[in-house]
Design a protein around this ligand. Structure first.
Ligand SMILES: [Zn+2]
Length: 246
């Protein structure tokens, strides 16, 4: 039986043990409402591989999750045209979102040719205005993939320009291969939902899920050891978020 208050649990989670509740959700629930969460990734499969467990926990608790994909993975299937790959990977993302209980949204850029400029800052800021999330997760900005870095900076700019009105967190994908220099401050226990995350990730058949999910399985076990549970996802919260969550 858990006799801790949610705030106490959050404090402990930040320092030692993994949390059973997704970050931010507990504080928002304490305020009597459900959270609107947006998970922003460069390509179909990034929100799922970086945050699939977290997303499943949010949606199982009745919170709303939108997966925002910067591109449709146009350059991600050898031998296919951009249009063919985009159609396949859009369908894979939408199927994965159905498994996780999330909604897919696409930001209109092209895989491998993403841009960070004034016009694209405006696009993402406008999407944030339309969706009005309480909590946003995006790529940690130090990442070997340009598209991941682009999504991270576009979200960060929207967070600044909108007066830090949503909570900003960072996630990791294929750490050591893609995400680098990532030391989580928060751990979410995904032991009960790992099977759902796996199912969602394996719907990205075009991306050879044995490879990328194998790496994430190693990350789950390692973050679990760090966080004090069997399997975990790790996150970093921007320290200048406006809420009292910490
Ligand atoms: Zn990616």
């Amino acid at each position: 039986m858990n006799t801790l208050s949610r705030r106490e649990a959050l404090h402990i989670g930040a320092t030692a043990a993994a949390l059973a509740l997704p970050l931010g959700a507990a504080a928002i629930e304490d305020g009597g409402k459900k959270a609107k969460v947006l998970v922003a990734g460069g390509h179909p499969d990034d929100p799922e591989s970086g945050c699939g467990g977290l997303i499943a926990l949010y949606t199982a608790s009745g919170h709303e999750v939108v997966n925002l994909y910067l591109t449709r993975g146009e350059a991600g299937i050898p031998g296919k045209t951009h249009a063919e790959a985009a159609a396949i990977r859009t369908a894979e993302a939408e199927a994965a979102c159905r498994v996780l209980g999330a909604r897919a949204r696409f930001a209109g850029q092209v895989d491998g040719a993403t841009e960070v400029n004034a016009a694209q800052y405006d696009v993402v800021r406008e999407i944030m205005g339309e969706e009005s999330p309480d909590i946003v997760y995006t790529h940690w900005p130090i990442d070997t993939h340009r598209d991941h870095r682009a999504m991270s900076y576009l979200i960060y700019d929207a967070w600044l320009k909108k007066g830090r009105e949503f909570e900003l967190f960072y996630f990791e994908v294929e750490s050591g291969v893609q995400t680098q220099h990532f030391s989580p401050a928060h751990y979410i226990d995904i032991s009960t939902v790992e099977a759902k995350k796996r199912e969602a990730c394996y719907l990205h058949e075009s991306q050879r899920p044995d490879g990328f999910y194998g790496l994430h399985s190693e990350m789950h076990a390692f973050r679990g050891r760090e966080g004090g549970c069997r399997l975990a996802e790790g996150f970093i919260r921007h320290k200048l978020n406006r809420s009292a969550l910490s």
